[in-house]
Design a protein around this ligand. Structure first.
Ligand code: GLU
Length: 285
C-alpha cells in the first residue's frame, strides 16, 4: 500500500506529478493499493481551492486511487490521543518560547546548531522549567507548543533503524533535530505526528516521497517506536529539477500542471517530461 500526501498550499507542479506517479506505479507494480491523503492541518496555509485543484490535476494525469481521500483536518482527535499517549510516557514538555526568543538564546550562546535541513535546533530552554512554573504559565493562558524530549524518548526506545530502498538500513538519528515540536501553538498536532499516525491507520506499507523528507524519517521512526506502531518501508526518490537545475516550487507558475495543461500539454507529455514512460507502461524508477 502506497500513498501520495500533498499539502493543499498551492497548485501541483511537475515535482508533485513525479512523486504521485512514483507512488502510483510502485503500488501497481506490486499489485498493491494507492491512496491519496490531503495534508491540510496547517489552516494558515491550506486552501480548499487548492485541494480541489490537486484532485482534479491527479485525475487529469490519469491517476486513480483506492477508497476515499483522507483529510488530516478531519482527524485532529486521533492526533490528540497520540499526543496524550506521548504525554503519559513523560517524553513531552510544554514550550512557551517564541521564535524570537529562541533566536536570541541561540545567538547569545554564540553557537547555532543546525538540523539536517539547516533549521535551528531548539536550545532546550523550556526543557528545564519546573513543574510549578509550567503549570503557572499554562494557567495564565500563555500559548505553548508540545516538544518531544529527544533524550528521554531515546532512553525509552533504545537504538532504532529504518529501511529505505535506496539507502538500505539507516540508523535513526532523531537527535539531529533536537527537541522537535509535536503539537504547535496554533495547531494541535504537527506534520511529523500526523503523518506517522495516518500511515499507520491507513495501512501504508511503503512510504514513497522526495528525498527532501529523508531526514524527517529519523523523527518518524522514533514516534512510531514510542507509540508502538509498526514502521513501513521507505523509498525516498530523487527530486525533479527545473530547466535551470533548481528545485521546483509551488510559487513557480511555469512548472505547475495547471499552467502546462492550459498551454495544451497532455498527460502523456507530462509523463514524458518527467522521464517516465507512456501512460499504461510501468515507469522506470
Ligand atoms: N505533505 C508533505 C508535502 O506535501 C508530504 C508528506 C509525506 O509524503 O510524508 O510535502
Amino acid at each position: 500500500m502506497t500513498r501520495f500526501a500533498p499539502s493543499p498550499t498551492g497548485y501541483l507542479h511537475l515535482g508533485h506529478a513525479y512523486s504521485a506517479l512514483f507512488a502510483f506505479e510502485a503500488a501497481r507494480q506490486t499489485g498493491g493499493r494507492f491512496l491519496v491523503r490531503i495534508e491540510d492541518i496547517d489552516h494558515t496555509r491550506c486552501r480548499p481551492t487548492f485541494e480541489e485543484a490537486t484532485l482534479d490535476d491527479l485525475r487529469w494525469l490519469g491517476l486513480f486511487w483506492d477508497g476515499e481521500v483522507r483529510r488530516q483536518s478531519e482527524h485532529l482527535d486521533l492526533y490528540g490521543q497520540a499526543l496524550d499517549e506521548l504525554r503519559r510516557l513523560g517524553v513531552l514538555y510544554p514550550c512557551f518560547c517564541t521564535r524570537k526568543q529562541i533566536r536570541a538564546e541561540v545567538e547569545e550562546a554564540g553557537r547555532a546548531p543546525h538540523g539536517p535541513g539547516g533549521e535551528l535546533v531548539y536550545p532546550g530552554i523550556c526543557r528545564h522549567l519546573s513543574e510549578e512554573e509550567r503549570r503557572y504559565r499554562q494557567r495564565q493562558g500563555e500559548a505553548f507548543a508540545w516538544r518531544l524530549d529527544i533524550e528521554r524518548a531515546l532512553a525509552l526506545t533504545g537504538r532504532l533503524q529504518w529501511f529505505d530502498y535506496r539507502a538500505g538500513w539507516v540508523a535513526a538519528q532523531p537527535q539531529l533535530f533536537g527537541d522537535i515540536v509535536v503539537a504547535r501553538k496554533d495547531i494541535p498536532t504537527s506534520y511529523h505526528l500526523a503523518v506517522v499516525i495516518d500511515d499507520h491507520v491507513q495501512g501504508v506499507t511503503l512510504v514513497t516521497r522526495g528525498e527532501d523528507l529523508f531526514h524527517a524519517t529519523h523523527v518518524h521512526r522514533l514516534l512510531q517506536a514510542l507509540l508502538g506502531l509498526e514502521p513501513p518501508r521507505y523509498y525516498h526518490h530523487n527530486l525533479i529539477a527545473d530547466s535551470q537545475g533548481r528545485r521546483m516550487a509551488k510559487r513557480n507558475r511555469a512548472v505547475t500542471l495547471r499552467h502546462l495543461r492550459d498551454r495544451g500539454r497532455s498527460p502523456e507529455d507530462i509523463w514524458r517530461l518527467l522521464g517516465l514512460v507512456e501512460v499504461g507502461q510501468p515507469a522506470r524508477v
